[in-house]
Write a protein that binds this ligand. Sequence first.
Ligand SMILES: Cc1cc2nc3c(=O)[nH]c(=O)nc-3n(C[C@H](O)[C@H](O)[C@H](O)COP(=O)(O)O)c2cc1C
Length: 237
Amino acid sequence: MAGLPPKVYQSYTLPQPETGTLRKSLNYKEYDIVMAPRVAIVFYSLYGHLQKLAEAEQIGLQKVGIKADIFQIAETLPADVLVKMRAGPKSEYPIAEATALEQYDAFLFGIPTRFGNFPAQWKAFWDATSHQWSSGGYWGKYAGLFIGTATQGGGQETTAIAAMSTLVHHGMVYVPLGYKTTFDLQSGLSEARGGSPWGAGTYSGIDGSRLPSQLELDMAVTQGESFGKTISKVTFA
Ligand SMILES: Cc1cc2nc3c(=O)[nH]c(=O)nc-3n(C[C@H](O)[C@H](O)[C@H](O)COP(=O)(O)O)c2cc1C
């Protein structure tokens, strides 16, 4: 994978005091101010729904001046099984590599539910991150979630709760969507929609034929925007 562009820095040097033990003891040195957090949106998608949400999240981040990179989780199922499952074609997004992701400050993870939990493809990714787990490669990074299920009640919240254990073991800081920025979208009962205070979401329908609705896409854009605002308050080392 090509290297990331360097972080945008605005550097300044505090004036060195000429005398005075108190001021000397403050250990003046050059400080760097990070101008924009680096965000990776990482999704797995078999039928395209999570990809659409990932792209909506990216638009939301762009609205607050953050240019996020999108990655997809590697497939682990054999080709003949994918044919039987009527999986769609894979997108062109680069495959997420555990080491390359260490360069980012924050993540939005897109998870299509499997029995109320991560799919095996996502789990295979996490199971290859023991180096990051032991070295703290993701420690202190911020993370939000967006989730797909086939049905209402199919497990969007349980998938988010199940993901907490992985975030906690890596020392990542979970940023929920909450209600504040999407209150109207979440409180309406006029149409079926995915998404919850845990993160944006979509229903694919039992045969995968339902596409993300405008309301679900709006919620994902707003999540990208509010996530961007939250992490912009943080100074990442
Ligand atoms: C093996 C398997 C298990 C699934 N388990 C659930 C489930 O527990 N609840 C649910 O609502 N949908 C379930 N689904 C449907 C997927 O969550 C749905 O196809 C996915 O969110 C669509 O997103 P995608 O197009 O990005 O792959 C399951 C699908 C498969 C293949």
